[in-house]
Design a protein around this ligand. Structure first.
Ligand code: GAR
Length: 206
């Protein structure tokens, strides 16, 4: 039987790229029916770029200072993504806000991972925000991206208990372990056509 078409994914990353690595590993293990077509970073020294190169995934660097506006930056992103025939864009530690220029080119096809149980603690340093607030349960969220800050429809969440022995760093590390599980899983559900956005809610087929 012919193999089903694989979902063509691009990852945008600004940092270490451990979520990117989780996606690379799940594809390599045959657990995520996707092809990673392109990794793009706004930071030339992002370790994510090295991870991609090691996995023979093409990379591009787009420097924000080379563009007059965020929309111009995103227009160039869209050009690169469309040239690579990308269907889904996964933000993985990508530290720029995206504009309607990108979102309109990939409607309901841009995902993000956030290191908190949204809608609590959107924005930067979410793990530290949660720790300092004193929550007993932290966690992470994969969601579709909309024009707001970490505000799009939620796909999956994983809770992480905060221990009395935790500091912000140990909590961050345990949240990251869960991110590496739920991000590839969310992409797999998307690749399998099992995600349906109904209003604000994402329904998941069995
Ligand atoms: C992850 O914890 C991700 O959730 C977070 O940055 C880290 C990137 O790690 N993203 C955000 O805070 C986005 N607002 P990684 O580069 O090792 O995947």
């Amino acid at each position: 039987m012919a193999q089903a078409e694989k979902l063509k994914i691009a990852v945008l990353a600004s940092g270490s790229g451990s979520n990117l690595q989780a996606i690379i590993d799940e594809i390599a293990a045959g657990l995520l029916p996707a092809e990673l077509c392109l990794v793009i970073s706004d930071k030339p020294d992002a370790y994510a770029l090295q991870r991609a190169q090691k996995a023979n995934v093409p990379t591009k660097i787009l420097l924000p200072q080379d563009f007059a506006s965020r929309a111009d930056y995103d227009a160039q992103l869209v050009q690169l993504l469309q040239a690579a025939k990308v269907e889904v864009v996964a933000l993985a530690g990508y530290m720029r806000l995206v504009t309607p220029t990108l979102l309109n080119a990939f409607p309901q096809r841009v995902l993000n991972i956030h290191p908190a149980l949204l809608p609590s603690f959107p924005g930067l340093h979410a793990q530290r925000q949660a720790f300092e607030y004193g929550v007993k349960v932290a966690g992470c969220t994969v969601h579709f991206v909309d024009e707001g800050m970490d505000s799009g429809p939620i796909i999956l969440q994983a809770p992480v208990p905060v221990l009395d022995t935790d500091d912000a760093d140990s909590l961050t590390a345990r949240i990251l372990e869960q991110e590496h599980i739920i991000y590839p899983l969310a992409l797999r559900l998307l690749a399998e056509g099992k995600l349906h956005i109904v209003g604000r809610r994402v329904q998941i087929d069995d």
